[in-house]
Design a protein around this ligand. Structure first.
Ligand code: DOR
Ligand code: ZN
Length: 351
C-alpha cells in the first residue's frame, strides 16, 4: 500500500477533453466538471454537430449561462471537422477566439460521428490551414473498418492514418485523444513534431475485464474501448512519468441510463463527479503525487500555449463516496464508481 502524503495541493486543473452535451443534460452535468476544472475543451459531437463559428459561439453562451454562480469555469470550444468543412470558417473561428481546436472524428467511429471525415484526405485543405495558424488538431484515433478487431482499432489507426498524416503535416499540432494502448504511448514518445495525448481517469483504473465482470456492464463501455491489463499499466506509467506530452482529458461522456441499458447501448463513461479524485488515487498508488500537478494543471496549458490557472485545489486522503446517480430531466445518468468508496476526496466535498 502506498503511504504518501495525506493531502496534495495543486494549481486548479483543466479538462482537455469533455462532453457536456446540451439542454437539460448539460445543466445537470456541468456543475460536476466546474467544481474541479477551471477550463475544459468541449467536444462538438452534438446533433447537429458544432461545425460553424456561430454554432460554437451560441453553444458557448449556453454553457456559460449554466455555470453555477460563483464558479469560475471557461469552456474552450472545438470545431467538428467533416468532409464539408471550409478552411475559411475554421480560420475565422480561430482568429475570433471561438475555436480553440478542431476535432477529427473518423465517420462512424463513435457517438454522433456520422458527419465526421469519411477520409482524412477530405479535410487536408483544413489541416493545411490549421498547420499554418498553429491551431491544434484533436483526433479520435480509431479506424472504422469493420474488419479490424475493436481492440486493435487504435493501434491500426496509428499505423494506417496517423503516421501518414503526420508525415504530410510535419508542423501540425496534434493531440491523440484518450489513448488506450501501449502502442499509442510508444508512438507519442517516438518524438515527432508537436504531439500530445490525453489520458482519461477510467482508462487508468479499468481494463477490458471490467466490461464483463459477472455479466455485461454497459456503464463500463466507452470508445476507445478499455484494453488488456498491460495497456492500462502503460497508461499509468505514461500519465505519472512527468512527460509533458501526456495530459489530463477525462472524456467524461454522459448518456441517460435508458440509452446505456438497452440492446444497443451508447458508448461513454460519466466520470465528471469523481475524476480528480480518481486521478489522485492513481498517482498516489504509483507514489507519484508530486507529478499530479504537471499532468493535470501544467502540461495541457503548455501544449495549448495558455497560462496555467491561478487558483488551487486540495485533494485529501479521506474516504468519500461520489454521487452515484445524477438526475437529468426525466432520466438520469449513472456515474463512474457509483456506490464505491474512494480513498481521495476534493477538499470542498463532504464525505
Ligand atoms: O465513449 C465515448 N463516448 N467515446 C467517444 O468518442 C464519444 C463519447 C460520447 O460522445 O458519448
Ligand atoms: Zn470523447
Amino acid at each position: 500500500m502506498a503511504s504518501g502524503p495525506d493531502s496534495v495541493t495543486i494549481r486548479r486543473p483543466d479538462d482537455w477533453h469533455l462532453h457536456l452535451r446540451d439542454g437539460e443534460m448539460m445543466r445537470a452535468v456541468l456543475p460536476y466538471s466546474a467544481r474541479q476544472f477551471a477550463r475544459a475543451i468541449v467536444m462538438p459531437n452534438l446533433v447537429p454537430p458544432v461545425a460553424t463559428v456561430a454554432a460554437a459561439a451560441a453553444y458557448r453562451e449556453r454553457i456559460v449561462a449554466a455555470v453555477p454562480p460563483g464558479t469560475d469555469f471557461t469552456p474552450l470550444m472545438t470545431c467538428y471537422l467533416g468532409d464539408a468543412t471550409r478552411p475559411d470558417e475554421v480560420e475565422l473561428g480561430w482568429r475570433e477566439g471561438v475555436f480553440a481546436a478542431g476535432k477529427l472524428y473518423p465517420a462512424h467511429a463513435t457517438t454522433n460521428s456520422a458527419e465526421g471525415a469519411s477520409d482524412v484526405r477530405n479535410i487536408y485543405p483544413v489541416l493545411e490551414r490549421m498547420q499554418r495558424l498553429g491551431m491544434p488538431l484533436l483526433i479520435h484515433g480509431e479506424v472504422t473498418d469493420p474488419e479490424v478487431d475493436i481492440f486493435d482499432r487504435e493501434a491500426v489507426f496509428i499505423e494506417r492514418v496517423l503516421t501518414p498524416l503526420l508525415d504530410d503535416f510535419p508542423e501540425l499540432k496534434v493531440v491523440l485523444e484518450h489513448v488506450t494502448t501501449k502502442d499509442a504511448v510508444d508512438f507519442i514518445r517516438s518524438g515527432r513534431q508537436p504531439l500530445g495525448a490525453t489520458i482519461t481517469a477510467h482508462h487508468l483504473v479499468i481494463n477490458r475485464n471490467a466490461i464483463f465482470a459477472g455479466g455485461i456492464r454497459p456503464h463500463m463501455y466507452c470508445l476507445p474501448i478499455a484494453k488488456r491489463e498491460h495497456h492500462r499499466l502503460a497508461l499509468r506509467e505514461a500519465a505519472t512519468s512527468g512527460d509533458q506530452r501526456f495530459f489530463l482529458g477525462t472524456d467524461s461522456a454522459p448518456h441517460a441510463r435508458s440509452a446505456k441499458e438497452m440492446d444497443c447501448g451508447c458508448a461513454g463513461i460519466f466520470t465528471a463527479p469523481c475524476a480528480m479524485e480518481i486521478y489522485a488515487q492513481v498517482f498516489d498508488e504509483e507514489s507519484r503525487l508530486d507529478r499530479l500537478e504537471a499532468f493535470a494543471s501544467l502540461n495541457g496549458p503548455r501544449f495549448y500555449g495558455l497560462p496555467p490557472n491561478e487558483g488551487e485545489i486540495v485533494l485529501e486522503r479521506r474516504a468519500w463516496s461520489p454521487p452515484s446517480e445524477v438526475a437529468a430531466g426525466d432520466d438520469s445518468v449513472l456515474a463512474f464508481a457509483a456506490g464505491e468508496t474512494l480513498p481521495w476526496a476534493l477538499r470542498s466535498d463532504p464525505s
